[in-house]
Every structure is written in structure tokens, then in C-alpha cells.
Design a protein around this ligand. Structure first.
Ligand code: AMP
Ligand code: MG
Length: 414
């Protein structure tokens, strides 16, 4: 898959674009030690090895009585000699013919190998009789059955979830080495762009890409430097890019990557970095710029809001994951039956927006969310998945099978 990926007008597939991006970027080097409770959504810079086995001791899975199974061969009655509570184990040895009162989570006393749940016991003073068939070893959680000592419990690159933090707490780990957060600069270019709250004059539109990107980046725990809207002016764009490059790991712009009259982005970037202006065979999202600035990695997303969102999600996020030190993103795809006709011309991979549903029989169906234009942001808002139509595929009729990719939680999926 070789190409000079910094030359212009490359026609690349989505996979080739991701490949070239990953080939040309590195993970940030700096790591930091963070306390366990500040580690949510941070990315592990090392694998984590459990310093202990879990559970640390054989313990009871029930409230009941601990015995040695050998005590029960002739006689189902034993005498009570003590108790073992969670946090207060029985001291001494439980001999044949004896039993120990035991509570859930308490250490199984020495000499015992079986716990009988209290509902299956008859208690008369210190004499305990067992009413039911007993299996040797029953109701005991074995030391190390969950995690053994020195077992790898989390891999390098894992983005830490609430369950991961609980798992780390369960083995007594109080701080972790994580990659530092990445800094991402956002620049929206366009004379026509206004912010909500401003009034629109002829030809103006409200800027939305920056808002989408800012919040997606916040969700992946990046620090955002928001440059807001920059006019189509060579000097202003140059200044913004120059400043962003000095202060961020990644610079993301939107707009100005197709070659129109007011597209100064290319001129500016060519003057400061090594950039490829690509044509990706995908729809939406054809133009995409990627490159290396003196200090940072650059992604130039198309201006159209759906194109910007889809190229960010389908392409740039793979690069951001690598820069941040995260394991590669793997998105789930399913086969679904489309209930609507889907228009498609061969030649580009389509990421049409759809709404999928699973019926009680477990069958997955999908409908298009309607007009699929690259500026129609509501087509994503109403969707819960992409309908991924392969490059060489043509139109699809209702009733045929298609590949869908449910939105992940970052994009509002469940
Ligand atoms: P461009 O790539 O700059 O030619 O922009 C393509 C289309 O996307 C134009 O209709 C722009 O007005 C629109 N656009 C560009 N940037 C944004 C933005 N940040 N938010 C919303 N629409 C945008
Ligand atoms: Mg523009």
C-alpha cells in the first residue's frame, strides 16, 4: 500500500487513508502517575499486573456452616466450635466432627473444605445436623479463582472504564501510569460562519463543526484549544495555524480543503508543513487533508457538517487513538435487512445514515433516515447507525441485506 501520501489529489480508500495516517504518527511519549479515582477515561501507559490473588483466601459463598466433608461419611451431625465472620476469621483448626459458623466472604477455617448453607441445617444448641445431600467443596470460592497473583489484568492502551477502576481497586492498586492527555486545536474556517447568538446576514450560516468536534474530543478526554471561527484570510489563517501548531499535539480544521477561490488553508499549510490533500473515495467526505506540521499532526476536515462529522469519526479518530496511546478502535458491524431502497453510485464507500431496530426474534432491520446530503446534519441526529455500502456496490432495494455499523456511545449510540 505504498504511496507518497503527502502529495496532492491522491485518491485513497478509507482503509488506505487510515493506514497512511497511522504510519506517519506516533504516540505521545509523556506519561503521568494518577491516583486511581482520577483515572477514569485515561489511557494506560503500561500493562497492569495484579500484586495479589483474588480472592486472597478460600472463602464462603454462603451464610452457613463450614465442615470437613470427611466428618459426614457416617453421621450428619457435628458440633459447633466457633465462628468465622468476614474480616474476623476463626482462629485455630476445625477438627473432624466439628463445624464453624461462617458468613459470606469469611475465610474458610483450617480443616474445612465444604460449606453448608444455613437453610439446609438444623440447629439445636451447639449441635448442627445437615438435612440435605452435601457435595465436597460446595459453596467455597477458591483463593485466586478470579485473578491469580502476577496475572495481567489490563493491557497497555486500555481506556479505563468504571469497571476497570473497580477491578484495579479490588487488587489494591492506588495509582497508575497513564499517557498524558492530548491537546487538540480546533479551527473553523469560513467568512460565512457565525456563532449562535449572532445574527445572520445574507449568505451567512451558523458554525456547527467546531461544536461537534469540541464535544467529541471532550468525550475522548482530549484537552481542546478552540480557536473558534477564522475568516478566509491568508494572514489570519496562518497566524491561527502557527499558534495552534506550537500549543497542540493535533490541529484539526474544518472547511477550506477543497480547492475553491477562498480556500487559503492549502496555501497556508503548504507554507508551514508537509500536507497531503486527499480525495477519499467515500461519501460523504471526499476531500480530506492530512499532514505533519513542525510540531503537530494536522487533519483538515471538509466543511460540510455531515462530511466533517463522518471523516472525523471514520478516519481522524483512528489517528487520535494512536496519538493518545489507545488500542486501535474496532467498531462493530452487523448485517441488517434494509426496509427502504438505498440509492448509491459505484465508486465510493457510502456511510449512509440509518436507524436500525432488532425485533423480538432477534432480526435486525434498518431504514434510511432520509435525505443523505452532506450538509444535512439532522440525518445523523435521527440515526443510530451507519449503513456502510461498499465501494463497488450500486443501489440497494428494500428487502436486501446491508452492512450496518451502530454508532458507538461517543456518537450517541447505546
Ligand atoms: P468549504 O469546505 O469551506 O468549501 O465548505 C463547504 C460547505 O460547508 C460550505 O457550505 C460551508 O459554508 C460549510 N461549512 C464550512 N465550515 C463549516 C462549519 N464550521 N460549520 C458549518 N458549516 C460549515
Ligand atoms: Mg470555506
Amino acid at each position: 500500500m505504498s504511496c507518497d501520501c503527502f502529495s496532492d489529489q491522491q485518491f485513497l480508500s478509507v482503509e488506505q487513508a487510515i493506514f497512511h495516517i497511522l504510519e506517519n504518527i506516533q504516540t505521545v511519549e509523556d506519561t503521568e502517575l494518577v491516583p486511581l479515582d482520577s483515572a477514569l477515561d485515561r489511557i494506560l501507559a503500561t500493562e497492569v499486573i495484579s500484586p495479589i490473588q483474588v480472592p486472597p483466601h478460600d472463602n464462603s459463598a454462603m451464610d452457613g456452616y463450614a465442615v470437613n466433608f470427611a466428618s459426614l461419611t457416617n453421621n450428619k451431625t457435628v458440633s459447633l466450635v466457633g465462628k468465622s465472620m468476614a474480616g474476623a476469621p476463626f482462629v485455630g483448626e476445625c477438627l473432624l466432627g466439628q463445624c464453624v459458623r461462617i458468613m459470606t466472604g469469611a475465610v474458610v477455617p483450617e480443616g474445612c473444605d465444604t460449606v453448608v448453607m444455613q437453610e439446609h441445617c438444623q440447629v439445636e444448641g451447639d449441635t448442627i445436623s445437615f438435612l440435605q445431600e452435601i457435595r465436597q467443596g460446595q459453596n467455597i470460592r477458591r483463593a485466586g479463582e478470579d485473578i491469580s497473583q502476577n496475572q495481567i489484568i489490563l493491557s497497555k492502551g486500555k481506556r479505563l472504564s468504571a469497571i476497570d477502576i473497580a477491578l484495579l481497586a479490588s487488587v489494591g492498586i492506588e495509582s497508575l501510569s497513564v499517557y498524558r492527555k492530548i491537546k487538540v486545536a480546533l479551527i473553523a474556517t469560513g467568512d460565512e460562519l457565525k456563532s449562535p447568538g449572532q445574527s445572520l446576514t445574507a449568505g451567512d450560516i451558523y458554525e456547527s463543526n467546531g461544536h461537534f468536534l469540541k464535544h467529541m474530543l471532550a468525550k475522548i478526554n482530549a484537552d481542546v484549544l478552540d480557536y473558534g471561527i477564522i475568516a478566509d484570510d491568508f494572514e489570519q489563517i496562518k497566524q491561527a495555524f502557527h499558534h495552534a501548531d506550537q500549543h497542540a499535539d493535533v490541529v484539526i480544521s474544518s472547511g477550506g480543503v477543497s480547492v475553491g477561490d477562498a480556500d487559503y488553508t492549502k496555501m497556508v499549510l503548504d507554507s508551514i508543513g508537509k500536507i497531503g490533500f486527499w480525495k477519499i473515495s467515500m461519501k460523504p467526505g471526499k476531500p480530506l487533508a492530512f499532514g505533519l506540521l513542525p510540531n503537530s499532526v494536522f487533519f483538515g476536515l471538509p466543511g460540510n457538517p455531515v462530511s466533517a462529522a463522518v471523516t472525523f469519526y471514520q478516519i481522524a479518530m483512528h489517528g487520535l487513538a494512536k496519538i493518545a496511546g489507545a488500542t486501535p478502535i474496532e467498531r462493530t458491524r452487523f448485517i441488517a435487512k434494509t426496509q427502504t431502497d438505498l440509492k448509491k453510485a459505484p465508486g465510493r464507500t457510502d456511510f449512509q445514515r440509518g436507524y436500525y431496530n432488532v425485533n423480538q426474534a432477534g432480526e435486525i432491520s434498518v431504514v434510511s433516515t432520509g435525505v443523505q446530503g452532506s450538509g444535512v446534519l439532522s440525518s445523523i441526529g435521527r440515526a443510530n447507525c451507519f449503513i456502510v455500502l461498499a465501494k463497488d456496490q450500486g443501489s440497494v432495494s428494500a428487502g436486501e441485506s446491508v452492512v450496518i455499523e451502530p454508532f458507538d456511545a461517543l456518537l450517541g449510540g447505546s
